[in-house]
Design a protein around this ligand. Structure first.
Ligand code: MG
Length: 169
């Protein structure tokens, strides 16, 4: 059996939710009386529907989960994780602009997990490539979540298409 990763790292924008938190939505966010999460303008904010189940499954398998996002909207991103009840799944959250090499070096420092035993999910190839260079003996596993126009739920509210490809190729 393939050993499980020692740390699973998730991007936020277009990986956990179908928008850029600094551009497409308008913080601060709140939970309305019907339980939905909304932004300042009342726009309904949603996760990709599979996300809670995936995080729950990793937790049940004993795989710690961290967030690595380069958004400038740190406060809004953290607020969404709280409102969606996802904070409990993340042992660390590295949310600030810049190359994700920094995010991963800090995660390595905080957890002691070697890069070769982390797995990383991101929709942007540049991040997979940057972070992939960190693995010295064996490359850090990266899963490239390929962007599709259909993903954008503001464009197509019925779409649940997700195309997961292994590696930056
Ligand atoms: Mg992203």
């Amino acid at each position: 059996m393939t050993p499980l990763p020692k740390l699973a790292v998730f991007d936020l924008d277009y990986t956990l939710w179908p928008f850029w938190v600094d551009t497409h939505v308008d913080p601060p966010f709140h939970k309305s009386s019907d339980g939905t999460v909304r932004d300042r303008r009342g726009q309904n904010i949603r996760l990709y529907p599979e996300v809670p189940e995936v995080l729950e499954r990793l937790q049940s398998l004993g795989v710690p989960v961290a967030a690595a996002s380069r958004t400038g909207e740190t406060e809004g991103a953290n607020q969404l994780l709280e409102l969606f009840g996802l904070v409990k799944y993340f042992v660390h959250r590295e949310i600030y602009p810049g190359s994700k090499v920094t995010h991963f070096e800090r995660l390595h420092h905080k957890t002691g997990v070697p890069f070769s035993q982390m797995v990383f999910f991101d929709d942007e190839k540049r991040n997979i490539i940057d972070v992939g260079k960190l693995g010295t003996e064996s490359p850090l596993g990266g899963c490239y979540l390929r962007s599709h126009p259909e993903w954008n739920e503001f464009a197509n509210t019925n779409s649940r298409i997700r195309d997961i490809r292994k590696g930056p190729g």
